[in-house]
Design a protein around this ligand. Structure first.
Ligand code: SAM
Length: 219
């Protein structure tokens, strides 16, 4: 995942190597946020994340990787936890900061590439990935999984909600349970604690799309 050289002024990817999703669509992630809500931007936290939060799953410093316009970040922050949401889409980050201001919620948002989280120079006890992992192809996953490990405290927890391939009307980029478990296999720094069927709400599914909610422990 090399970075590209040269000036970033006219570069929509700001020196990043475009992700597989961006190569497929021909557009940077930021473009998804410019003309009305993105298909995944449902304007409220995902019910699966709300449930986790109610069960006390989020503890210590929290990172939301690929936070988008920040609904999940803000929900966790509203519980009084220190939360950092990161994304490559500056437009989404601006919207997230505006929501935080309007709602009077303290949360931090920063532009960062999920493949280089170590550059944050910070560590987190709880990490959330809501809809980011499934946008990466098989070649990108090892680098992303290592990046997540680099910023998660030993004993810390990663909660990952992604589209699954089980059930009718799957979302784009559906992931099989085997693929998910393989990405976090022994030697990656993670133990798979649980992979449970769940739902991801979108703007184009009446009752959400089939999903996996995975709990991973940093060993
Ligand atoms: C499907 S959206 C989910 C957004 C948000 N978590 C939600 O639930 O609404 C995926 C997000 O990941 C961000 N993203 C994609 N590749 C990224 C990368 N390499 N580093 C950081 N964020 C990335 C996109 O900009 C987008 O906001």
């Amino acid at each position: 995942m090399p970075e590209r050289s040269g000036t970033h002024a006219d570069d929509p990817f700001r020196g990043r190597h475009p992700t597989s999703h961006e190569r497929l669509t021909g557009l940077p992630w930021d473009a998804s946020y410019r003309d009305g809500p993105a298909p995944w931007d449902v304007g409220r936290p995902q019910p699966a994340i709300v449930r986790l939060a109610s069960a006390g799953a989020f503890v210590g410093a929290v990172l939301d990787a690929g936070c988008g316009t920040g609904e999940n970040t803000l929900h966790v922050a509203s519980l009084g936890l220190p939360v950092l949401g990161v994304d490559v889409a500056e437009t989404a980050l601006a919207m997230a900061r505006q929501k935080a201001d309007e709602r009077g919620i303290e949360a931090e948002f920063a532009a960062a590439d999920a493949f280089w989280l170590d550059r944050l120079g910070r560590r987190f006890e709880t990490v959330l990935d809501c809809g980011l992992f499934h946008t990466f192809d098989r070649d990108e996953r090892p680098r992303y999984v290592a990046s997540l490990a680099s910023v998660t405290e030993h004993g810390g927890t990663l909660y990952l909600l992604c589209f699954s391939d089980e059930g009718p009307d799957p979302g784009p980029h559906p992931v099989s349970q085997d693929e998910l478990r393989a990405a976090f296999a022994a030697g990656t720094g993670w133990n798979v604690v649980a992979v449970e069927p769940d739902r991801v709400q979108t703007r184009f599914h009446d009752d959400g799309a089939p999903a996996w909610l995975a709990t991973l422990n940093r060993n």
